[in-house]
Design a protein around this ligand. Structure first.
Ligand code: SF4
Ligand code: SF4
Length: 343
C-alpha cells in the first residue's frame, strides 16, 4: 500500500487537488473544493454578522431603557414643579412619637418626644383648608408617629369627615395596637368612612385578626402600598448638616417634593422631612434651620392657587437634604438612635 502511495496519490490542499505520480506533483484547482472553501468563508461571515446584530440589539435595548428612564425622570421632575390642580393628599401627625422605632424613619419618630396634636388646632386648620380648597382633597392621612397612640383619635376622624365629606380619610398605622382597639374605634371608622392603612412589619402582629375585625364592622382595611404581602424595608434618607446641596436639583429629584404634603400647626409643607426636623435637631443638638419660607401659612394665604404654587417650588430647607445619597430596600431594623441613620 505504501509503495502504491509513493507511485500515485491524490490529496486535497486548500482549493487544490494534488496528484503525485512517481514523485511528480501536479496541482489542479478543484471547483468543488473552491465552492466548499467559499461556503466556509460565508458561514464565518454570517456568524460574525449575527454576533454584531445581537450586540447591536443589546445596545439598542439598553439605549431604549435608558431613554425611558430619562423620560420618566424628566416627567417626574416636571410633575414636581407643576402646581397640582387640586391637592392629591395631605399627611398630618396626630402624635410625633411612635411605639415602633424604625431605623432611619423619615418622620424622625424614633427621636421624637411625646406630642399629641390638639383636636381644636387640627379643626381650625382643616376648616381653613376646606374653605380655601372647596373641600377638594384626594386623601387625608392621619398618621404620626403612631396615630393609634392618640386617645382622641376618633375626634380627628369626626372633624376630618365633617369638613372633607368627599375625601378618602386614612389612619396610617403600624398596626401594633390595632387588635387592642375598642368597639368605639371600629364604630367611628365605620361612621366616618375611615380606611385603616397598616404597614406590614416583620413583627408578630396578627394581621388576619385585624382584617376579620375590620370586616365584621364593615371597615375598609388596605395595606400600605396596596399590597398585603410586602414587608417593610428600610431606607436611608441622609441630611447634609452643612446645607451645601443644590436645593433646586434636590427638589427636582426628591420623591417627597410636592408629593408628601404635610400639615403642621397652620402651615403646609411640600414634604414630611423639613417640618419634622425639630426632632432631629433636639435629639442630636444640631441646628438645621427651618425658616419661615419653608412652609406656607394657610391662614394667611389668599387662595388655594397660592398654596398649590408654593408647594411646587423648592424651599430653602432643600439644601440640607442629600437626595443623591439616598438608598432604599435595606432590611428593616429597629433604630439605635444613632446620627448615622440620618446623615
Ligand atoms: S412605624 Fe416606623 S416608620 Fe412609621 S412612624 Fe413609627 S418609626 Fe416611623
Ligand atoms: S426639603 Fe428635602 S425632603 Fe423636602 S422637598 Fe426638599 S429635598 Fe425633598
Amino acid at each position: 500500500m505504501k509503495i502504491l502511495e509513493t507511485i500515485f496519490s491524490v490529496k486535497n490542499q486548500d482549493i487544490h487537488k494534488v496528484i503525485t505520480i512517481c514523485g511528480i506533483k501536479i496541482k489542479l484547482k478543484s471547483k468543488k473544493l473552491e465552492a466548499k472553501q467559499r461556503e466556509l468563508l460565508i458561514n464565518d461571515k454570517i456568524e460574525s454578522l449575527n454576533k454584531e446584530i445581537s450586540d447591536l440589539k443589546c445596545q439598542n435595548n439598553k439605549l431604549k431603557s435608558d431613554a425611558i428612564c430619562t423620560k420618566n425622570q424628566i416627567m417626574l421632575s416636571l410633575k414636581r414643579r407643576t402646581p397640582q390642580p387640586e391637592l392629591k393628599s395631605i399627611a398630618v401627625h396626630l402624635v410625633d412619637h411612635c411605639n415602633l422605632r424604625c431605623c432611619g424613619c423619615d418622620h424622625f419618630a424614633p427621636l421624637a418626644q411625646k406630642r399629641f396634636e390638639e383636636p381644636d388646632i387640627f379643626e381650625k386648620d382643616i376648616k381653613r383648608f376646606a374653605e380655601l380648597s372647596g373641600a377638594k382633597l384626594g386623601t387625608l392621612k392621619l398618621m404620626g408617629g403612631e396615630p393609634l397612640l392618640h386617645p382622641q383619635l376618633t375626634d380627628f376622624m369626626r372633624i376630618s369627615r365633617h369638613y372633607l365629606p368627599d375625601t378618602r380619610i386614612e389612619v396610617v398605622t403600624n398596626a401594633i395596637l390595632l387588635n387592642l382597639q375598642k368597639e368605639s374605634f371600629w364604630n367611628a371608622c365605620k361612621e366616618y368612612d375611615i380606611v385603616i392603612v397598616p404597614t406590614k412589619y416583620p413583627l408578630k402582629t396578627n394581621y388576619e385578626k385585624a382584617e376579620k375585625t375590620a370586616e365584621s364592622y364593615g371597615v375598609k382595611l388596605e395595606y400600605y402600598g396596596n399590597t398585603n404581602s410586602v414587608l417593610k424595608t428600610s431606607y436611608h434618607i441622609p441630611l447634609d448638616l452643612d446645607g451645601k446641596q443644590d436645593a433646586v436639583n434636590n427638589f427636582l429629584n426628591c420623591f417627597h417634593a410636592n408629593n408628601c404634603v404635610f400639615l403642621k400647626q397652620g402651615k403646609l409643607y411640600t414634604c414630611t422631612v423639613a417640618p419634622n426636623i425639630n426632632q432631629f435637631n433636639k435629639f442630636f443638638n444640631k441646628d438645621i434651620p427651618l425658616s419661615e419660607r419653608d412652609g406656607i401659612d394657610i391662614h394667611k394665604a389668599q387662595n388655594i392657587d397660592e398654596i398649590l404654587e408654593f408647594l411646587s417650588k423648592p424651599i430653602p430647607f432643600c439644601r440640607y437634604c442629600n437626595v443623591n445619597g439616598r438608598t432604599f430596600g435595606h432590611e428593616w431594623g429597629v433604630s439605635k438612635k444613632e446620627i448615622e441613620e440620618w446623615i
